[in-house]
Each structure stands twice: as C-alpha cells, then as structure tokens.
Design a protein around this ligand. Structure first.
Ligand code: NI
Length: 133
C-alpha cells in the first residue's frame, strides 16, 4: 500500500557552479543563473509504502506524515532562498534533482511506520522529479 501526502512551498534559487567561470555558468544554466535568483511555487509529494496495521487500519497516520514533512522540510524552505537560507542545502546546486535527494535525506529516518518510498517534486506545471532512494 502506498500513502502520499502533498505539501506546497515557495522558494527561490540560483543554479550556479562555483568552480566554473561566469561564462560557463551562463552557457549551462542560462536564465537560471540570474545572479539574484528566481522563484518557484513547488509541489512536494511524499509517498510511504507499507503494510496496513490491523489495529489502526493505517500504513502511516497522515497527520504524523504531515507533521514530519512540515517540521523537517517545509518550515526550513518555505519563503527562503535555497542557496543561502537552508542548512541542509549548503554546498549543493539547488536543482530540483538535488532538492528531491536532500528532502529524502531529511525525512527517510523519521518515518515511524512503513518506509519512505518516493519524494516527488514539481518545479513547474510541466516538470517533476522523483527520487526513490
Ligand atoms: Ni528555477
């Protein structure tokens, strides 16, 4: 059984590789290398896989899943600049791929019942990124 909780947040980022020249950054990242960054309204879907507990009928209490996602992810990234304001994103180019992996690492060991199955991050209406560990 798969159980998914959806959350949304807004954040800004800049795609920039410190070890490259400005020219190469511009060539690879284009507008996403804009010096002062740009923002997205992200949608995050976290899925937990597990067996149904016969006593509760739950795989995971979605109230608990919501609390975990908000405490360890949303409160740290919502209305923040991912390059500067988020401790667990330091030293990482904040592409959606890297954000999804970082979010997985934030919560994988916090799931009380079942196991983290996937972290899916929608950066735009047309692009989403899914990490399964
Ligand atoms: Ni972007």
């Amino acid at each position: 059984m798969l159980v998914t909780r959806r959350e949304t947040f807004s954040a800004s980022h800049r795609l920039h590789n410190e070890s490259w020249s400005d020219e190469k950054n511009n060539e690879i990242f284009g507008k996403c290398n804009n010096p002062h960054g740009h923002g997205h309204n992200y949608i995050l879907e976290v899925t937990v896989a597990g067996e149904i507990d016969p006593d509760t009928g739950y795989v995971i209490d979605t109230k608990m899943l919501k609390w975990i996602i908000r405490k360890y992810i949303i409160e740290k990234v919502d209305h923040k600049h991912l390059n500067f304001d988020v401790d667990f994103m330091q030293g990482v180019i904040p592409t959606a791929e890297n954000i999804a992996v970082a979010f997985w690492n934030q919560i994988a060991d916090k799931i009380p019942t079942g196991k983290l199955y996937s972290v899916k991050l929608y950066e735009t209406e047309n692009n989403y990124f899914e990490y399964k560990g």
